[in-house]
Design a protein around this ligand. Structure first.
Ligand code: NCD
Length: 354
C-alpha cells in the first residue's frame, strides 16, 4: 500500500482497508502480549497532542513501542512552543528533524494536512478539531468486522445507527465515509436538533447509493440495528448552538437497547463517555452486556495503529513472518467484566467461537 501520510479516510478504498486489516490481524498476537516484534527497533515517534487525549495518545505510543520503537511526546499548548506563537509549519519541520513519524492532534480542522505539508516523514491525523479521526474510524470498522465475524455475518448490508453529536464528532465523520465503501448500507443518523451530521457527508453517502434516515430523537421506533454507535456531546467545540434537544431521552441505555437492538447488535462508542449519573451518553447499565463492544473496540486500537505504522514505515512484511513468544506473564482476560468469549488468546485468534 503506497501511502505517505494518514490524513483522511478519503485515502481508502476497500482493497486498502483489507490490506491494512490483514496487517492488523498479524499484529494482533503482539498487541495481545503473546508475541514480540522489533520491526521498528531504533525508530522514534513524535506524538504531538495539542488537545485532550487518553486512549489515542497512549495507544499510538503503545503500538509504536510494541513494534520495538521509542516515543517522544508533547501534550497541550501550554508546554509547547505554540504557546510562544510558533506556527504549525515550524513545529512540524523542527520535530521532523528528531523523529521518524508524527502523530498529531490539534483543535483546527485541516491542521494535520498542514503538518504534513511541512515534512517528508509520515504524518498521522490523530484528530483535527471537528474534522476527521481516521485511525479511530479504521479501528471502529475493524471492530465491527471482528464482532460480525463472530456471529457469521458481513459488513455489507448492515444497518448502522450513529447517535449523539454528529456535527462536531469527528469519529462519526470518518466512520460514515469509511462504512459507505461497503455495499447496500443503511444508516440511521440520530442527533439532537442543531448537532446533525454535516449535509456534505450525508451527500457522499447518498451518492454511493446507501439509505440514510435522519432523526432528531431516540424515541421514534427503529428497525432492528446491527450496530448502535453512540458518541459524546463535544461540549468543548459547541459555541452558540442551542442544544435543548439534548435531553435525558437521548441516553443510550438498557431501555433503548431492549427496544431497538437484537441479540446480535454490536454496541459501540469511541470513548470517552460521560459516566456522570444522568449523563446523556452510553449508560453504564450496559457494561456487562456481551453486546457492548466498547473495550474490545478500544483494545483494537493497538493492533490497528501498529498496522498503520508498519504500513507507513514499510515494515508490514516483518509482522507477517514468524515472531518470538513474549517472555512475561499476562492475565487471561484484560478486564474482570469482559464477555466470556473475550480472552487474550481468543482475541488474538479473532474472538474465535469460544
Ligand atoms: C474521540 C475524539 O477525540 O474525537 N475520542 C477518541 O479519540 N477515542 C471522541 C471524543 O472525544 O468524544
Amino acid at each position: 500500500m503506497n501511502m505517505q501520510h494518514l490524513l483522511s479516510v478519503d485515502q481508502f478504498d476497500r482493497d486498502r482497508v483489507e490490506a491494512l486489516f490483514a496487517v492488523a490481524r498479524a499484529a494482533e498476537p503482539v498487541a495481545r502480549r503473546r508475541k514480540v516484534c522489533r520491526a521498528l527497533e531504533g525508530a522514534v515517534l513524535g506524538n504531538l497532542f495539542f488537545e485532550a487525549s487518553t486512549r489515542t495518545r497512549i495507544s499510538f505510543a503503545a503500538a509504536f513501542c510494541r513494534l520495538g520503537g521509542a516515543v517522544c511526546d508533547t501534550t497541550g499548548f501550554t508546554f509547547s512552543s505554540m504557546a510562544k506563537g510558533e506556527s504549525i509549519h515550524d513545529t512540524s519541520r523542527v520535530i521532523s528533524g528528531y523523529v521518524d513519524a508524527l502523530v498529531v492532534r490539534h483543535p483546527e480542522r485541516g491542521s494535520a494536512a498542514q503538518f504534513a505539508q511541512a515534512t517528508c516523514i509520515p504524518v498521522i491525523n490523530g484528530g483535527d478539531g471537528p474534522g476527521e479521526h481516521p485511525s479511530q474510524a479504521l479501528l471502529d470498522l475493524y471492530t465491527i468486522e471482528r464482532e460480525f465475524e463472530r456471529v457469521g455475518r458481513e459488513v455489507d448490508g448492515a444497518h448502522v445507527a450513529l447517535i449523539g453529536d454528529l456535527k462536531y464528532g469527528r469519529t462519526v465523520h470518518s466512520l460514515l465515509k469509511l462504512l459507505s465503501l461497503y455495499r447496500g448500507m443503511r444508516f440511521t443518523l440520530i442527533a439532537p436538533p442543531g448537532l446533525e451530521m454535516p449535509a456534505e457527508l450525508c451527500a457522499v453517502v447518498a451518492r454511493r447509493g446507501h439509505r440514510i434516515d435522519v432523526r432528531t430523537t431516540l424515541r421514534q421506533p427503529l428497525e432492528q440495528l446491527d450496530v448502535a454507535y453512540a458518541t459524546r456531546i463535544q461540549r468543548e467545540r459547541i459555541t452558540d448552538e442551542a442544544i435543548d434537544g439534548y435531553t435525558p431521552e437521548f441516553r443510550v441505555d438498557k431501555a433503548f437497547v431492549d427496544t431497538c437492538c437484537g441479540p446480535r447488535t454490536v454496541l459501540m462508542h469511541p470513548l470517552p463517555r460521560d459516566s456522570a449519573p444522568g449523563a446523556n451518553d452510553l449508560g453504564t447499565d450496559l457494561d456487562t452486556d456481551p453486546r457492548t463492544a466498547i473495550f474490545r473496540q478500544s483494545d483494537s486500537g493497538v493492533a490497528v495503529r501498529m498496522a498503520i505504522f508498519a504500513t507507513l514505515l514499510g515494515v508490514d512484511q516483518k509482522l507477517l513472518g514468524p515472531l518470538p513468544d513474549a517472555g512475561w506473564r499476562s492475565p487471561e482476560r484484560i478486564g474482570p467484566d469482559d464477555a466470556p468469549f473475550y480472552t487474550l488468546a481468543a482475541a488474538s485468534r479473532g474472538f474465535g467461537a469460544d
